[in-house]
Write a protein of this length. Structure first.
Length: 171
């Protein structure tokens, strides 16, 4: 069933600069960039015996690319603690990982210019495969950015999020 826009006055697409990430039921502070939300389905080619001139195509296995999260480093240890669930240097033999709870479901929320939730994606069974501390440069004048690369086993757009009516300015 087609879903029609509630906000018939909106003509412009949404901007990409208002978003938040949530895991374990709370928002993670300071996320400044999210990259790589991508799904790819393999193409399986085959031919019918009686038609040698062309091939047919069917969908094959679907893969989900890793997602990279970037944020300015703070005293918040969310990135570091999650990374340590997969590998914790210095732990004793056989105790380097915690496979009990190293996967998380994430929610990526996007907001319009008025700060209203307009789109959300759910990422499933995500875990950290890479952690990069900030690059330090004494000659720079920039925010120290840390990154994590998150593997996931799928994502979907949350169809419970509907387009809101945008507020009008009182005049």
């Amino acid at each position: 069933m087609a879903q029609f826009s509630v906000n018939a006055q909106r003509f412009d697409p949404y901007r990409n600069f208002k978003f938040r990430i949530k895991w374990d039921g709370r928002y993670v502070a300071g996320i400044s960039k999210v990259g790589g939300l991508k799904r790819t389905t393999e193409v399986v080619k085959h031919r019918e015996g009686g038609d040698p001139s062309s091939s047919r195509k069917t969908p094959g296995r679907t893969e989900y690319d890793a997602v990279v999260l970037e944020r300015g480093i703070t005293h918040d240890l969310e990135f570091h603690n999650w990374t340590n669930k997969v590998w914790n240097y210095g732990e004793g033999l056989g105790a380097e990982t915690s496979l009990k709870d190293f996967r998380k479901d994430l929610i990526l929320e996007m907001y319009n210019e008025a700060g209203q939730l307009v789109v959300a994606w759910k990422l499933y069974r995500a875990w950290v495969s890479e952690y990069t501390p900030p690059e330090l440069d004494a000659n720079a004048n920039a925010v120290a950015i840390e990154k994590i690369k998150i593997e996931n086993e799928g994502f979907e757009r949350d169809d419970q999020v509907v387009e809101p009516l945008e507020p009008t300015l009182a005049g």
